[in-house]
Design a protein around this ligand. Structure first.
Ligand code: FDA
Length: 502
């Protein structure tokens, strides 16, 4: 067989990829993971692996000249962003015209940069979005399995009431309660025991030191500490970093050949490689996996891929907004970067919203309550192939964000009325109060049951699988990584049983 042949190759190292690699490794199957980002293990000159949000440096972002933080401004001033050197940093913002998508880059994918909120979706909504998936199995077996393996934990409610770090969340809870709205604690993969010790001053601070979207140096159980560590522990899994998969072809014998660019820290291609695989699992995330298959279909290397490849993409209804607090409602200068509370208005029959109470880890009092609202936006985007740049292009029009804004506005108008407060209009670069031009939660592109069968097997091709967020049809009603993880657990179990040799 070709040089660099492996029984199984997994593209990416995010949630879907990590689950798949662990279960393949446990089954004794030699597996290579290919990740375009870095392994985040070596400290920089400051002794830290990751930089924080207050003083971002080249480690912050994936080949940018300036950071691109979600809060573009404060009092209309661009205070959050810094010029940085181009480098394979941990957070990417992929800009497609009217929509920008934040994704993690590195071993662990989105788990390196996300807010650690580990939320199991409401069963009734899960059944609505993925009706072909047996919900009894999901809620009886795979969601519990995912929660255990991810290391999900709950906040100590007594500590929450008295700590400094969540004063901002208590202020938002009070405002929600005045409007008759229900708040819920959000489970997390950030170790709340560690966070308590951070506040007590007995361990180095991370969540309490403005470390969130550019990585956490302590406390977070990112995938490199959970699934990927276990996968490597099987002795069957290896990870190649700074390896970007560019193309997929299939040989006459049914095996796949990947063309891969190995890149340096300057972004230069230092080697072009061909890697063969009998079983190929795509876990490059909604953008990454969809691009690989859209490119393969349109360049004719996998011509049997169907028209559903590239369709059914959504933002999980993301919209960000801020409210101005009264002078006496202090959020505090010390704010845990890991959210622990959400306003749960998903049962609202007209405007379902699940709004996470987001931190503003600025290190000063900002009199700001920030929220990331997840809404039920029915709009979907799609991807086409752009030959000139050899990349997939997302088609999403600005007007498609309107249902998200309408739902969030209906909810927060109520909160503002009950509290006699107003929206902040200084946060998003201009005077808008609702930011719907980016998403943290890209979902879809290779939807389960459409581009694939009901277990992620790509239609038209044997031994080719999708394992990540691209399977989910654009929305899951809560923060998505638990759903992605549990679905990957379900799918890989079936594939191991039916498709791979014992
Ligand atoms: P994921 O995107 O995690 O991983 C894909 C990996 O593949 C990446 O490492 C990428 O570099 C790599 N890759 C892509 N293309 C490749 C190629 N061609 N070759 C090789 N490698 C390639 N969710 C949640 O549930 N709770 C939360 O609190 C948050 N908060 C949050 C904050 C921020 C700032 C972000 C950006 C995101 C979140 N999320 C979140 C979302 C969550 O992180 C996201 O849904 C998952 O990481 C998606 O998991 P996937 O397995 O789909 O891919």
């Amino acid at each position: 067989s070709a040089p660099g042949f492996s029984t199984a190759v997994v593209v990416g190292t995010g949630y879907g990829a990590a689950v798949t690699a662990l279960r393949l490794g446990e089954a004794g199957i030699p597996t290579v993971m290919l990740e375009m980002g870095k392994l985040w293990s070596d400290p920089g000159p400051d002794g830290k692996v990751f930089c924080d949000m207050l003083k971002p440096d080249r480690r912050a972002m994936w080949f940018k000249n300036r950071t691109q933080a979600p809060l573009a401004s404060f009092l209309w001033l661009d205070l959050a962003n810094r010029d940085i050197k181009r480098y394979p940093g941990v957070l990417d913002r992929v800009n497609y015209g009217d929509m920008s998508v934040y994704v993690g880059r590195g071993v662990g994918g989105g788990s390196l940069v996300n807010g650690a909120m580990a939320v199991t979706p409401k069963r009734s909504y899960f059944e609505e979005i993925l009706p072909a998936v047996d919900a009894d199995e999901m809620y009886g077996t795979y969601f519990p399995r995912a929660n255990r393996a991810l290391g999900v934990n709950d906040i100590d409610p007594h500590w929450f009431e008295t700590c400094r770090s969540y004063r901002y969340a208590r202020v938002s809870r009070k405002a929600a309660a005045r409007a008759g709205l229900k708040t819920v604690f959000v489970p997390s993969v950030y170790d709340f025991g560690y966070m308590k010790r951070e506040e007590a001053g007995t361990v180095p601070r991370s969540a309490l030191a403005s470390e969130v979207i550019y990585g956490n140096n302590h406390g977070k159980r990112s995938l490199d500490k959970s699934y990927l560590a276990a996968a490597l522990g099987t002795g069957k899994v290896t990870i190649k970093t700074q390896h970007q998969v560019r193309g997929i072809t299939r040989q006459a014998d049914g095996t796949y050949v990947l063309s891969v660019h190995e890149t340096s820290e300057d972004g230069v291609v230092v080697a072009r490689k061909q890697l063969g695989a009998k079983y190929l699992f795509l876990g490059a995330g909604s953008l990454g996996s969809t691009e690989l298959l859209v490119r393969a279909r349109e360049t004719g290397t996998l011509p049997e891929l169907n028209d559903e490849v590239g369709r059914g993409w959504g933002t999980n209804g993301n919209v960000m907004l801020g409210r101005a607090n009264h002078a006496w409602d202090l959020g505090g200068s010390l704010q845990s970067g890991m959210p622990a509370l959400g306003i749960d208005a998903w049962d609202d029959p007209v405007n379902p919203v699940f709004a996470e109470v987001a931190p503003v880890p600025a290190g000063i009092e900002t009199w700001l309550s920030l929220y990331l609202a997840i809404t039920k936006n029915p709009e979907r985007g799609h991807f086409t192939y752009d030959a000139a740049s050899d990349s997939a292009r997302l088609h999403w029009r600005a007007s498609q964000g309107k249902p998200s804004i309408d739902a969030a506005k209906a909810l927060f108008d109520k909160v503002n009325r009950a509290n006699r407060t107003v929206y902040r209009s200084d946060l998003f670069g201009d005077t808008r109060s609702f930011e719907d031009r980016f998403t943290y939660h890209p979902l879809g592109g290779l939807v389960l049951g459409k581009a694939t069968d009901s277990y992620g097997r790509v239609k038209g091709y044997r031994n080719l699988y999708v394992t990540d967020g691209s399977l989910i049809p654009g929305s899951t009603g809560v923060n998505p990584f638990v759903t992605i993880t549990a679905l990957a657990e379900r799918n890989v179990e079936r594939v191991l049983r039916e498709d791979l040799p014992r």
